[in-house]
Design a binder for this molecule. Structure first.
Ligand code: AMP
Ligand code: ZN
Length: 161
């Protein structure tokens, strides 16, 4: 049996569903402008929730961005309904990329905050098709960690969910 995943951060009373609110756009936001179509983009899919378009400086052939029409700065602002629809759409775009591009793999990347590499402050999900020898490098350092520290981190995050 499934249980509810609603926590204090994503309580629907706090974060209203799309049906209950207007689409909020932000002035002078590049991706708000692209989402509404006032700045052109190489669009591969659009509906009333999202626009999906090719990245203007692609990491690999077919690199695309899923962008909600509504303005959210980052993942912390995203409501559950938009997030759910977004990931569902990502699976659809991923299969289309696999079939159209013949990529051998695919990375999903989503940056939040300048420290994490976010350069456009409107939530977006990167879909980066991967090919043998494409030169894309998404690696990070791997550290050792002792059990005590791991337990401390586990407890700290768990307590906030
Ligand atoms: P991030 O660094 O995660 O914020 O990603 C922003 C992405 O937006 C980068 O990969 C840029 O190449 C891409 N980008 C910026 N301007 C445009 C644009 N006008 N059309 C398409 N992609 C863009
Ligand atoms: Zn925006």
């Amino acid at each position: 049996m499934r249980t509810s995943s609603v926590c204090e951060h994503c309580d629907p009373e706090t974060i209203k569903t799309k049906k209950e609110r207007e689409i909020v756009m932000k002035k002078d936001c590049l991706f708000c402008e692209i989402a509404r179509g006032s700045i052109p983009s190489a669009t591969i899919y659009e509906d009333s929730w999202f626009r999906v378009f090719l990245d203007v400086n692609p990491a690999s052939r077919g690199h695309a961005l899923i962008v909600p029409r509504e303005h959210f700065d980052n993942i912390y602002e995203l409501d559950a309904e938009t997030a759910g629809r977004l990931f569902s759409l990502a699976t659809c775009i991923a299969r289309a990329m696999r079939d159209a591009l013949g990529c051998q793999g695919l990375n999903l990347v989503q940056n939040n905050g300048a420290i994490a590499g976010q350069t456009v402050e409107h939530f977006h999900l990167h879909l980066i098709p991967r090919y043998e020898g494409d030169g894309v490098d998404l690696t990070w350092p791997q550290h050792e960690i002792d059990k005590e520290e791991m337990e401390e981190i586990r407890k700290a995050i768990k307590a906030k969910i």
